[in-house]
Design a protein. Structure first.
Length: 119
């Protein structure tokens, strides 16, 4: 059984979590540009195999401009935040955000970008 707070106790409200919107696109309709940012040969191909097994549609695979990314990153187009969060959960990526340093025209039609880092 729980105890009620004293009448003069200050209540602290726990703010509600922002409601996440469900992805609009299925995994099969979510195209991903995979960039190898860790310098390990074959990393993009290995990630592509895993993502295809999860049902994602693959876009282009290429090397990132740098090969010293410490962690993997998921970036999304402005309208695809929910899809980006889903990919991050599916692939175990903790860094997720909107396109940073890339223009939508550089995505070759992909919805999301996965930059593979060292971890």
């Amino acid at each position: 059984m729980f105890a009620l707070p004293a009448a003069n106790a200050k209540a602290t409200a726990i703010p509600p979590r922002p409601k996440e919107h469900a992805p609009r696109l299925s995994r099969a309709k979510t195209s991903i540009l995979i960039l190898n940012g860790n310098g390990r040969r074959g990393a993009a191909s290995a990630a592509a195999t895993l993502l295809q097994a999860r049902g994602y549609r693959l876009g282009t695979k290429a090397n990132a401009k740098r090969s010293d990314y410490a962690t993997s990153v998921v970036m999304y187009r402005p309208s695809a935040r929910a899809e980006g969060l889903r990919l991050a959960r599916d692939f175990g990526v903790k860094v997720v955000g909107p396109l940073d340093g890339m223009r939508p025209s550089q995505l070759h039609g992909a919805t999301l970008v996965l930059i593979l880092g060292a971890s």
